[in-house]
Design a protein around this ligand. Structure first.
Ligand code: GLA
Length: 390
């Protein structure tokens, strides 16, 4: 089975689009992927463990350096006129729309002391927006990597992760952690990235689905979510409150064995929020061990347990995500869970390739019966992290 990536322009087409837009050839083309988080949700900003993988859908940028302080931005999906900005006048409050991602990265690099040169940029992306697959981190990571090269800044990839996160936190305004940018910048083909968000140390874990006749199906519920407002920030605040009440700097300093003690220290809701984080960290470690020792066929029950914890303890699921997960499970998936920040976006199901059509039909039928919007259902493959293409 092949992944169902939509038809997209070749790198030559992208260069031609750049020439059309700006009249000259670009200096280079860079690409960075979206991600699926296999397991480890809301653990990143609690300095815990995550296990995402890059997907075979990417944002690509063609860039040419300029001799002045101007930036001109075009994308295949925004208006026909470039967005223009002056490098000396960037301010987080003044950046909105899609340009907040590339210009947010420029601003964050400037804050880190990089002398970013003027440039023209053309963006094209096959990461669906609003699906919870980190389309924004894909743009941020492609821009961070390309400007790092263009400016000769010499930042390491973990440092570029922090640049992308800073853009997301301080310019876009979403109080997120380092999961998405890490997946985009640190992934290697055919592997998931096991990341310790406290030390930023990462390790590649084999995720050879094809060899086991398995696939990961994404079910994009089309329920929109925005992490700059609402539930995401509330959950983060609950975790910080839990750590404060437990007398530790971060929930990373607690473990499942502390739960009995915590039940008398924390209020009922905070206790459940904390229980999700502590058990989820355990599940990431368990998944890494299973993948290394026995391969992907064995991880289904851990994925299912993760979904239950997000639905009942952390309360970040929604009826559409729950239906996607339960339908896939009942139709024979080895495991299924929502992925990403929650409150909408996508679920994933791990399944035998021979069951894909049946499970896909069952999910579509269940959504139709429930009167929900038709979801987008497609297979993703673990792909490579951000790279220079040309
Ligand atoms: C979003 C955020 C990440 C992470 C996940 C939940 O994707 O951007 O930093 O917190 O939610 O795991």
């Amino acid at each position: 089975m092949t992944s169902q990536e939509p038809q997209r322009p070749s790198v030559d087409d992208l260069e031609a689009a750049f020439v059309d837009a700006f009249g000259q050839a670009p200096d280079g083309v860079w690409s960075a992927p979206g991600r699926v988080n296999l397991i480890g949700e809301h653990t990143d900003y609690n300095e815990g463990f995550v296990l995402p993988f890059a997907i075979d859908r990417t944002a690509r940028v063609a860039i040419r350096r300029r001799d002045d302080q101007r930036v001109r931005l075009m994308s295949s999906y925004a208006g026909a006129d470039p967005v223009e900005a002056d490098l000396s006048e960037l301010s987080p409050d003044a950046l909105h729309g899609w340009e907040a991602y590339p210009l947010g990265v420029v601003w964050a690099l400037q804050q880190e002391g990089v002398d970013v040169p003027g440039f023209d940029l053309y963006l094209e992306s096959s990461v669906p927006t609003g699906a919870g697959l980190s389309s924004s981190a894909a743009i941020e990571s492609a821009v961070a990597l390309s400007l790092n090269d263009l400016a000769g800044a010499g930042f390491s990839r973990p440092r570029l992760v922090q640049v992308g996160r800073r853009a997301e936190n301080e310019v876009v305004g979403a109080p997120t952690g380092i999961l998405d940018q890490s997946a985009s910048l640190l992934s290697t083909d055919g592997h998931a990235v096991f990341l310790d968000c406290r030390t930023q140390e990462s390790d590649a874990v084999p995720l050879d689905l094809a060899a086991a006749n398995l696939a990961i199906l994404v079910i994009d519920t089309k329920v929109s979510h925005a992490h700059a407002t609402g539930g995401y920030g509330d959950r983060r605040a609950s975790c910080e409150k839990g750590a404060r009440m437990a007398g530790v700097p971060s929930l990373r300093d607690l473990a499942v064995a502390d739960l009995p003690r915590l039940s008398s220290v924390l209020d009922e809701e905070t206790y459940r929020r904390v229980r999700h984080i502590l058990t989820e960290n355990e599940r990431v470690l368990q998944t890494v061990k299973l993948l290394r020792d026995q391969g992907p066929t064995t991880i289904g029950p851990v994925l299912n347990a993760s979904h239950d914890s997000m639905r009942d303890d952390f309360e970040i699921s929604c009826p559409e995500l729950d239906l996607a997960v339960s339908t896939a499970q009942q139709a024979g998936a080895l495991g299924a869970r929502m992925t990403g920040g929650g409150f909408g976006g996508s679920a994933i199901a791990l399944l035998s390739t021979s069951d894909q059509d049946r499970i896909q039909s069952a999910v579509l039928a269940a959504f139709a019966t429930a009167g929900f919007r038709r979801p987008d259902v497609f297979v993703v493959e673990p792909g490579q992290g951000a790279t220079r293409l040309r």
